[in-house]
Design a protein around this ligand. Structure first.
Ligand SMILES: C[S@@+](CC[C@H](N)C(=O)[O-])C[C@H]1O[C@@H](n2cnc3c(N)ncnc32)[C@H](O)[C@@H]1O
Length: 303
């Protein structure tokens, strides 16, 4: 399924012998400053540890802390294991962040003193054509974070009634031309590859379709991975496994996620908003890392 990967100690990833473009952690300085300004001991949970970009920064900044690194993607987990296997302060688990309460129970760990959730997907996932996340490369329409379970994007694209497909594109992609796009997809079934899907979407959109393509691919990815349900489960139980004073950071990449975190920290008495409540990357970071452009760091503190 996935090709051969090796990881160096500094986190460089080789894919079939070729070095992959690195995943650059978004707002790493701001995240580290916020989390390291809280408790210096106890447990920090990185619920979307990815390839460990933030984790390696936090390990250095918080030498007295233990870390639980969770990711839903088996490929990310194997990278985390090769990168942090020798680090006694890090425990790596393959799971969804919605399962963190169960993991902490099983390990008799917690409550956590800090938590980080860097939502969305990593550059390694986006840039790997075999995952089907990007409209810029050609590959099978998979889009599952965990390729061992659930329906692929191809199943949704080829199997859903046109109206349901349009609803997904509208709801999760916030794309106004959802009906026209869904109608074109259904007319061209079966659609098997990401390039084919991009061409179909491009054929019904005038002008530069890049934004529309990003929205359609985002919508399908969110639906394939039940991302909103996963996030709602996480947010609903977060107060149960974080201790008083715990610092909690979320990096969000679209308003559907961001609004949920905003309301949680603003309205739920289990939290208070940090001051500032949120930050966006500086111009220099946005220039250097295109993934950072739509990011927002939301910060809350458990009461
Ligand atoms: C933006 S990347 C994180 C990158 C990481 N902070 C780093 O610096 O390497 C997001 C990660 O979240 C993971 N992910 C997405 N949904 C998840 C879920 N429900 N539970 C756990 N991990 C999830 C993805 O597999 C991906 O590796």
């Amino acid at each position: 399924m996935f090709s051969e990967r090796t990881v160096t100690d500094s986190g460089e990833v080789f894919h079939d012998g070729l070095m992959m473009p690195p995943h650059v952690p978004v707002m790493a300085d701001e995240v580290t400053l916020f989390l390291a300004d809280g408790k210096k001991e106890g447990l920090l949970v990185d619920g979307t540890a990815g390839v460990g970009g933030h984790l390696s920064r936090l390990l250095r900044a918080l030498p007295g802390m233990e870390f639980l690194a969770v990711d839903r993607d088996p490929a990310a987990v194997s990278i985390l294991r090769s990168r942090f296997g020798d680090e006694t302060r890090v425990t790596v688990r393959h799971a969804s962040y919605s399962e963190i309460p169960r993991i902490l129970d099983e390990m008799r760990l917690g409550p956590a003193s800090a938590a980080l959730f860097d939502l969305g997907l990593s550059s390694l996932q986006l840039d790997d054509p075999s995952r089907g996340f990007s409209h810029r490369c050609d590959g099978p329409l998979d889009m599952r974070f965990d390729g061992t379970e659930g329906d692929t994007a191809a199943r949704l694209v080829n199997g859903l009634p046109e109206k349901e497909l349009a609803d997904i594109i509208y709801r999760f992609g916030q794309e106004g031309r959802s009906r026209r796009i869904a109608e074109a997809i259904v007319r061209n079934r079966p659609v098997t590859g990401s390039r084919e899907l991009a061409d179909i979407v491009g054929s019904v959109v005038r002008g530069r379709p890049v934004k529309v393509l990003s929205r359609v691919f985002q919508a399908l990815r969110i639906a394939v991975n039940d991302e909103m349900e996963q996030l709602d489960t996480l947010l609903g139980g977060l107060h149960l496994w974080t201790g008083p004073g715990a610092r909690i950071a979320f990096i969000t990449f679209h308003s559907l996620e961001d609004r949920r975190i905003k309301l949680l920290f603003r309205d739920d008495p289990s939290y208070r908003e940090n001051s500032p409540r949120w930050l966006v990357p500086g111009e220099e970071e946005m220039e250097r890392n295109s993934r950072a452009r739509s990011a927002r760091l939301r910060m809350g503190i458990r009461t």
